[in-house]
Design a protein around this ligand. Structure first.
Ligand code: SF4
Ligand code: SF4
Length: 202
């Protein structure tokens, strides 16, 4: 069977590969945690101003294998072109015109947790407010241990989510910058699809 390079990628094309199984697990994990942050955010008023995105404009996340795989697959599936070498310090997935993430549904754990979860330090839990936004309405102050311990909703902790997503990556424990990891995995995914389905034209 000949697969055209502009083929519509579908996850079923990966069935039979380890990448498929890991991808399904990561997507399921993201689904399972989607509602974990809202009660905490609501209780402490942690809501980003509309069209802010200043964090994305100055940060390139490091990803574990599963996080990079989910992004790589989603970009292929949706035919999204990314300039991996812009070199402007922004996340390559950040759409600076519309101030949005181009792969929001599969954004990595740090992006889900930043400004929406606590960190665990030697003195217990702490929350560091966001100081990156220059827009009115952004909450920049921090929350201390007492406030977090008296929270009526469960307090999400960033490192717990990081450990959980890394545990889905089997023996692949390396973390790499997004602009290095995702293009590499996109190539691997294309190759895997061609092996499983036939040669890629063009
Ligand atoms: S308020 Fe902070 S966390 Fe939210 S989008 Fe702006 S810079 Fe990012
Ligand atoms: S992956 Fe998306 S949410 Fe995370 S820094 Fe990049 S553009 Fe922002």
């Amino acid at each position: 069977m000949l697969i055209h390079r502009f083929v519509k990628y579908d996850i079923s094309m990966l069935i039979g590969s380890l990448l498929h199984d890991e991808l399904v697990q990561v997507l399921d994990f993201y689904d399972s945690i989607a509602g974990d942050f809202s009660a905490f955010e609501d209780e402490f008023g942690l809501h980003c101003p509309p069209r802010c995105g200043n964090c994305c404009a100055c940060f390139v996340p490091e990803l574990c294998h599963g996080e990079a795989l989910a992004i790589a697959w989603t970009l292929l599936e949706n035919g999204v072109d990314v300039d991996w070498h812009a070199g402007d310090g922004a996340c390559p997935l950040f759409d600076g015109v519309h101030r949005r993430c181009r792969a929001y549904g599969v954004r990595p754990v740090i992006c889900r947790c930043f400004f929406s979860s606590a960190v665990r330090g030697k003195d217990g839990l702490a929350f560091n407010g966001c100081r990156l936004s220059n827009q009115p309405g952004a909450m920049i102050h921090s929350l201390g241990k007492e406030a977090l311990e008296s929270a009526s909703s469960p307090v999400p902790v960033m490192s717990d989510y990081g450990e959980r997503v890394r545990s889905l990556s089997g023996y692949e424990w390396e973390s790499l910058p997004m602009d290095e990891y995702v293009p590499r995995l996109m190539e691997q995914l294309r190759y895997t699809v061609s092996l499983l389905s036939g040669p890629v034209a063009g």
